[in-house]
Write a protein that binds this ligand. Structure first.
Ligand SMILES: NC(=O)c1ccc[n+]([C@@H]2O[C@H](COP(=O)([O-])OP(=O)(O)OC[C@H]3O[C@@H](n4cnc5c(N)ncnc54)[C@H](OP(=O)(O)O)[C@@H]3O)[C@@H](O)[C@H]2O)c1
Length: 307
């Protein structure tokens, strides 16, 4: 599924191209499922700077689950034909394809008991939640975190990871998702449509902002002095952070990390963390899948199934 130009859903095209060949520590993966993330629609529209006109034609999709079809000369000790793997891949390739070359540093074995569709829903969203909370936010047991967008793809993992870590979790979501975010582990659930979070959340150690805009602007005041704001979206304003006596993490992008992906896979396999797939589509229906994600009010991930 490729784009040769930036634009609306009409630029998405099914194309037949040669199957790529793995070299060195790369493997060729037969993709069984690939998830759809908000970045796909932004990339398609030309609104995601890491993918520019010089990178076209491009295949979309950052994460996948599948089986190993072939291994490069330096990968055969670790992995073999038929192994089940999931991966978060770099922008130079796309996951929404029958076959994808994946680097050793991007993939991990799928634990027994985790199905392909759930596995595909994990890498980008879960690694973003993990890195945002722990690597950037430094969240620790006993701290209080406010997670905005708790029912979305990243938010659901974030609530569960923060709770697993031993933090006190306050999360915002729409009215329909209050029960869901409580079930995932939010100690306090806030309905962003009917309540003002700043009336309920105070002195939090960390705000994990998956929403931006007015929500970001109103968040500074609920952070304790010296606390931190971590956003997955636009660059937080350092001046505003200073004026509130808090810290803001500069804009960042989630990165592949096999150790973290392995830990997350184990948490899912043990039932400690659940994966919610809200909708599945066939690869050729990716335009409808992107459109559904953009409409919002989806509790969980959108996944394309290929096999
Ligand atoms: N920097 C990175 O590496 C990175 C990585 C992953 C994602 N991201 C970005 O992070 C954002 C979140 O990603 P995602 O995959 O979780 O998206 P998502 O699945 O679309 O989830 C967004 C959630 O935010 C909720 N929401 C909307 N307005 C809200 C508000 N005012 N208050 C509280 N919640 C609100 C939505 O609920 P309703 O639909 O019910 O309104 C939805 O559940 C996206 O913009 C994505 O591009 C960045």
């Amino acid at each position: 599924m490729r784009i040769a130009a930036f634009g609306g859903p009409e630029v998405l095209r099914v194309e037949q191209i040669a199957i790529p060949q793995p070299v060195d520590d790369e493997v060729l993966v037969r993709v069984h499922a690939a998830s759809v993330n908000p970045v796909d629609g932004k990339t398609r529209a030309g609104e995601f700077p890491p993918v520019g006109a010089a990178d076209l034609p491009a295949t979309l999709g950052r994460d996948l689950a599948g089986t190993i079809e072939a291994v490069g000369t330096r990968a055969h000790n670790m992995l073999s034909h038929g192994d089940r793997v999931f991966a978060f891949i770099d922008f130079d390739r796309g996951a929404q394809a029958d076959y994808v070359v994946v680097k050793a540093v991007e993939l991990c074995a799928i634990p027994d008991g985790v199905d392909m569709t759930s596995a595909a829903a994990i890498p980008l969203a879960a690694l973003t939640a993990w890195q945002g909370l722990f690597d950037h936010g430094g969240l620790e047991a006993g701290q209080r975190v406010l997670i905005h967008g708790g029912a979305g793809g990243v938010g659901q993992f974030a609530i569960q990871f923060a709770r697993w870590k031993g933090a006190e979790v306050i999360a915002t979501a729409g009215a329909a998702d209050q029960e869901l975010i409580r079930r995932l582990g939010a100690n306090v659930a806030i309905d962003y449509q009917g309540q003002r979070f700043e009336d309920i959340a105070h002195d939090v150690d960390c705000v994990f902002d998956l929403v931006d805009g007015d929500t970001r602007a109103r968040s500074w005041a609920v952070i304790r002095p010296g606390g931190i704001l971590v956003s997955t979206l636009s660059e937080p304003d350092a001046e505003t952070a200073r004026a509130h006596g808090v810290r803001a993490v500069p804009q960042w992008l989630a990165q592949p990390n096999t150790v973290q992906l392995g830990t997350i896979g184990d948490l899912v396999a043990s039932g400690e963390v659940i994966v919610t797939v809200a909708a599945t589509y066939r690869l050729e229906d990716v335009a409808a899948a992107q459109e559904r994600l953009e409409q919002g009010h989806l509790a969980g991930k959108v996944v394309l199934t290929l096999v």
